[in-house]
Design a protein around this ligand. Structure first.
Ligand SMILES: *[C@@H]1O[C@H](CO)[C@@H](O)[C@H](O)[C@H]1NC(C)=O
Ligand SMILES: *[C@@H]1O[C@H](CO)[C@@H](O)[C@H](O)[C@H]1NC(C)=O
Length: 874
């Protein structure tokens, strides 16, 4: 019978245990408990708490997975299992865990660090802990055997939490455990910010250990709190936990002062005198009071009444908490003092202190995060791309730039994956980085064609795809954006890439918009026909474009007999210039211009050869390409690419008085092209090259009216080690010649700026450099100066434009030109500034054009694309 009863008892006990375990697991719902360093796919239940721990491996947000290590045996013995291992992160500056949770839910987040001399160095590291992009705390363990615990109460807005360890150069970051516990949203409410645990204390605890799960359903850790001035009271009865669900085992003990008339004094030292804090005090009456007994007390803060009176409820929790953050004072002392009519001393059961954390740094826009994360995994990017891409600023991912105004989530505006060993095609994930302004994928091994979606990125201003193995053609929209100055496009040194718009069958390149002052279907039709014919003409060069590429690679020295063949025995003269005659020709089926240098040129052959070889290495889309040269006995020739639309001056001065007038925008575009070519000679070449002969006849126009600077072939190579200027024989064209250089003979880049200024005045006014009226020669700059007195920019700009331009844009251009022709070179802008200011002019004009689109006004292209103009001597 007795035995039978025993069996029955066992059965009941076993049932109770199993039932308890199942129940415990239920209650852990929403818990995420990571044992850091635990091998992947492992899990266990810690015997003392029954908390189920899993490996942290799947939550490490990186390719760098850290290193799993074990603490020394001497520390292990008395500890819970999750402390036995750590994961350390010897690589990278920032390493993060990313854990999916339910956004909008309040969580207790706990990171635990127990060093245990896991690395055998006996040296406690110091490092920082971040929550997403926000600094959480510094981790500074004091003893190898003690756990450093950082606990936070935080409501994430997104469906994930990132916890990051940051190496600050004071030892390798490591972590023992990372735990997430959902809380009740109506508890621990702050006006703003999150709560970092300072102390969570169980007054009069009878245990040496701290309580946590499953005594506490939320797995809060309660530590023992006693004082010599206090006595303990307790009850075996259950104490109802109240709204904060404080565990019975915490609430059923309380402290009370030994001297009934004394207060319970709780001093509190905040970390500094600015950090605000929140406190939570939990009270419950643990004694069955007699009718003549009464317990009531007030709480003072630094001697001032703060809250009360409080009559603690019987065996039930009453929580006093701050509704808004408290600001620390010199001393921070809470005193709990019985009221006058109270017959019993005050009590305290439990108290929690939290400091306020202002996690105001927003995470990067999540669409951008997803896109960049996909890009990272597509290419297997081998950079320390960890944690939030844009924030905090000092840990922004290498190669990114982001916008941030402090109010909206940061956005990725620039991506630089140059020289990153990328292979495969250009990933379409890039198209999801909508705010992207600059994309640099140069110097990789990217294959395939340039995708159309790049032209759909609305803000893209810089696109560099140089030095890849891309093929096909550049999407027309990109080329057009580049032509209009809205995009800096670099596609050079690719395998089989055609960078010309003529590769595109369906797109018609209509670059130079001029506003027709008269509307009407008839004129529109005329223009359409002109464009169509232009397209037809464009076919042949299209075919030749591919050859152009192969031709480029064959840049070489030609023999005299080859020159004869190319020019068909010097049949067609394009023009005559100071250095010699220019002939039209065909080399390998493409049109070229052959400049024969007069034998009287006193330049030595050797010098010529050295210089030409150097110039053949100068490439820029706004410089005419030197295709080859010939040096044989007395013959010196330079072979250039042929520029279908001739020189700029012929378009400006327009000897044919037809109605084809370059629009204002077209002029600015051409000026900008030319300025970029010149800027490249000055700043992009080593040694820098001074052109020495900038003028409108040396600005040539390609088929699509892209402007290229010509004739830099005979510029002196400017030595870098010889100071900023050098003496040289004064050369140049009258009217364009820098007067300072003319007087001193001292040449520097600013001489080109002067000449460019004169050219710009011509572009603005369509007037010859020197107009010969009656008995007087008037320089264009003098004429503009005299008109400036009138104060009407419309009288300065080419009257054939009929005022069809943005006045502001025109003023800017005139001012820039006048600055360029300042008497003293130091007052002139450099070419980089010129480029920038021209961009502004262009932007102002484009803005106007866009406005006029909105109001529905018609515009089309009045330039005559059917008649190629002969280029003149170069
Ligand atoms: C005790 O005094 C307080 C004021 O200090 C008063 O609010 C309360 O009603 C009194 N209680 C009793 C039982 O007299
Ligand atoms: C990209 O980075 C490389 C070197 O890291 C730099 O030379 C290049 O200028 C950068 N590109 C852009 C567009 O800033």
């Amino acid at each position: 019978m007795g035995l039978m009863f025993k069996h029955l008892l066992y059965a009941v006990l076993c049932f109770a245990l199993t039932h308890d375990l199942v129940h415990a697991q239920d209650k852990q719902s929403g818990f995420i408990s990571l044992d850091c360093g635990l091998p992947s796919d492992s899990s266990y239940s810690e015997p003392t708490t029954s908390i189920n721990y899993i490996s942290d491996a799947p939550f490490i947000d990186s390719g760098v997975s850290g290193v799993s290590r074990t603490i020394e045996a001497q520390y292990k013995a008395t500890l819970q299992l999750q402390y036995a291992r750590v994961r350390s992160f010897p690589q990278g500056i920032r390493n993060c865990y990313r854990v999916n949770i339910t956004g909008g839910t309040k969580y207790l987040i706990r990171a635990t660090f127990l060093y245990g001399n896991y690395d055998g160095l006996n040296k406690l590291p110091k490092f920082d802990l971040h929550l997403g992009p926000n600094f959480w705390d510094s981790v500074t363990p004091a003893f190898a055997s003690d756990a450093t615990i950082n606990e936070l109460i935080h409501t994430p807005s997104l469906n994930h939490i990132q916890v990051c360890l940051l190496n600050k150069g004071s030892g390798t970051p490591f972590i023992s455990a990372l735990e997430f516990r959902p809380l009740t949203n109506t508890t621990y409410v702050t006006i703003s910010g999150s709560l970092a645990l300072a102390w969570r204390l169980d007054a009069a605890s009878t245990s040496n250990r701290s309580y946590r799960y499953d005594d506490d359903v939320f797995d809060r850790r309660w530590s023992r709190y006693n004082s010599d001035d206090w006595t303990k009271i307790n009850t075996p009865r259950t104490v109802e936990g109240g709204n904060y669900q404080v565990p019975t085992i915490v609430m059923n003990t309380a402290s009370t002062p030994k001297n009934a008339n004394s207060s319970i004094d709780i001093p509190w030292e905040p970390p500094d005198n600015t950090t605000q804090y929140y406190i939570y005090m939990h009270f419950a009456e643990l004694q069955q009071l007699k009718t003549n007994q009464f317990r009531a007390f007030n709480i003072n803060l630094n001697g001032q009444y703060w809250y009360g009176p409080i009559v603690p409820p019987n065996f039930s929790t009453y929580t006093v908490y701050t509704q808004s953050a408290l600001t620390p004072a010199a001393n921070n002392r809470f005193s709990i003092l019985k009221t006058e009519n109270s017959t019993l001393p005050p009590i305290i059961n439990a108290i929690e202190f939290y400091t306020l954390k202002d996690f105001s740094q927003l995470e990067t826009d999540q669409d951008d995060v997803v896109a960049i994360t996909n890009i990272k995994s597509t290419y297997g990017v081998k950079k320390n791309w960890e944690g939030d891409p844009c924030a905090p600023q000092e840990y922004i991912w290498e190669g990114l730039n982001c916008s941030s105004n402090g109010f909206d989530p940061p956005r990725i505006t620039s991506l630089n994956l140059s020289s990153s060993g990328l292979i495969g095609e250009i990933t379409s994930y890039i198209s999801n980085l909508v705010p992207l302004q600059s994309l640099d994928l140069s110097n990789n091994s990217l294959t395939g064609s340039i995708p159309e979606f790049l032209s759909k990125l609305p803000n893209l201003k810089v696109l560099n795809l140089e030095k890849n193995m891309l093929n096909g053609s550049v999407p027309a929209e990109l080329v057009e954006r580049s032509r209009s100055g809205r995009l800096t496009l670099s596609v050079g040194e690719n395998k089989n890439l055609c960078a010309e718009i003529s590769c595109e069958k369906k797109k018609i390149n209509v670059l130079i918009p001029a506003i027709a002052s008269v509307g009407g279907v008839f004129i529109f039709l005329l223009a359409a026909v002109a464009i169509f014919m232009g397209l037809k003409r464009g076919r042949k060069p299209r075919a030749s474009n591919n050859q152009n590429d192969s031709f480029e690679s064959k840049r070489r020295q030609f023999t005299y007999s080859e020159i004869l063949k190319i020019t068909n025995n010097f049949q067609t003269i394009l023009g005559k210039g100071g250095f010699g005659t220019v002939y039209h020709g065909y080399a390998d089926g493409i049109q070229v211009a052959v400049k024969m240098l007069s034998p009287s040129s006193d330049q030595g052959y050797k010098e010529f050869q050295t210089e030409v070889k150097l110039l053949m290495r100068v490439h820029h889309r706004n410089l005419t390409s030197l295709v080859g040269y010939c040096i044989e006995r007395t013959t010196m020739a330079l072979i250039y690419e042929y520029m279908v639309n001739g020189n700029l001056e012929s378009h400006l001065l327009g000897d044919d008085s037809n109605a084809n007038v370059l629009s204002w925008q077209g002029r600015l575009q051409i000026a900008m092209d030319a300025s970029q070519g010149l800027e490249y000679l000055h700043n992009g070449c080593r040694p820098p090259i001074v052109h020495r002969d900038v003028k409108t006849t040396n600005i040539l126009l390609a088929e699509n009216f892209q402007a290229k600077l010509a004739d830099f072939g005979l510029s002196r190579v400017f030595p870098t080690d010889g100071g900023t200027h050098m003496s040289t024989a004064v050369v140049g064209t009258p009217g364009y010649l820098d007067p300072e250089y003319h007087i001193t003979g001292r040449l520097n880049e600013k001489s080109d700026v002067y000449s460019f200024g004169v050219a710009l005045l011509q572009i603005i006014t369509s007037r010859p450099v020197i107009s010969r009226a009656a008995h007087e020669n008037t320089h264009v700059s003098r004429w503009v100066s005299s008109m400036l007195g009138i104060g009407d920019v419309k009288s300065i700009v080419d009257p054939r434009l009929c005022g069809d331009f943005k006045v502001n844009s025109a003023w800017k251009a005139v001012e820039l030109a006048m600055d360029c022709i300042s008497e003293t070179s130091t007052e002139r802008p450099n070419m980089s500034e010129v480029v920038t200011r021209l961009k502004e002019c262009l932007a102002a004009e484009i803005a106007r054009e866009n406005e006029s689109h909105l109001t529905g006004s018609k515009e089309f292209y009045a330039i005559n694309v059917t008649t190629p103009l002969n280029p003149s001597a170069r």
